[in-house]
Ligand binder design. Structure first.
Ligand code: IMP
Ligand code: MG
Length: 209
């Protein structure tokens, strides 16, 4: 069995170089175990959308934090439509890498949103809440621009890895401490296309604690 050890503290998906350095061979297909299948995800996304609708947001702006959240965000806004909401959609591309491959903890804006958020209820949508630094940066950024409220929907929560003072208002699943892929999430740019959420067998992030 292919065994991978992700011994670095990951802020974002590891780069191809990191994976390479760790001995990950992209020419063979790693074993991926399913954590949450398509039906389970769809049901949870609908529940989150109904909870969002109960909060009766005003002039709702949904902001997907790219890249990892794009599949979740696409499903969530359609579930929001079914729940009776009319969100507008924006995209905020953030990077928590510095110049090197090691995560720096410094968040940079790679692409900003175009909409004015003043007076609006804004929902940040992200794939994984881990240290919380990325989402804390995003929340402070949007709040500083005069949003009426800023709430957070995270598909997965890894609470054991928190480094910043941030909790999500809506969580899909509390995730075991594994390196997960699929449903928009990647390892070395691969596996975003998988319709389910799985983990790379042999990865156990506990080594980095
Ligand atoms: P943090 O909360 O600032 O530490 O950043 C979390 C981000 O790191 C997520 O939005 C993902 O982009 C990335 N990330 C964390 N854990 C994983 C994982 O297990 N698989 C893929 N990406 C991950
Ligand atoms: Mg992300």
């Amino acid at each position: 069995m292919l065994r991978l050890t992700f011994s670095f503290v990951s802020q974002t998906a590891p780069s191809a170089r990191q994976i390479f350095e760790l001995g990950f061979d992209m020419t063979t297909t790693p074993e991926i175990a399913v954590l949450y299948d398509e039906d389970v995800i769809a049901q949870r996304v609908d529940e989150i959308a109904r909870a969002l609708a109960e909060a009766k947001p005003e002039r709702l702006l949904a902001v997907a934090i790219l890249k990892g959240s794009f599949v979740f965000a696409a499903d969530l806004i359609r579930a929001m439509h079914r729940a009776g909401l009319m969100p507008e959609m924006e995209f905020l591309h953030l990077s928590s890498y510095g110049a090197g491959t090691q995560s720096s903890g410094t968040v940079r804006i790679l692409r900003d949103i175009g909409s004015d958020v003043a007076g609006r209820d804004v929902l940040l949508i992200d794939d994984i809440l881990e240290s919380g630094r990325t989402l804390l940066f995003a929340r402070n950024l949007i709040a500083s621009r005069g949003a009426r409220s800023v709430s957070v929907a995270a598909l997965l929560d890894k609470p054991g890895r928190r480094g910043a003072d941030l909790e999500a208002d809506y969580v899909g699943f509390t995730c075991p401490d594994k390196f997960v892929v699929g449903y928009g999430m990647d390892a070395a740019y691969a596996f975003r296309q998988l319709p389910y959420i799985g983990y790379l067998v042999g990865t156990d992030d506990t080594a980095s604690k």
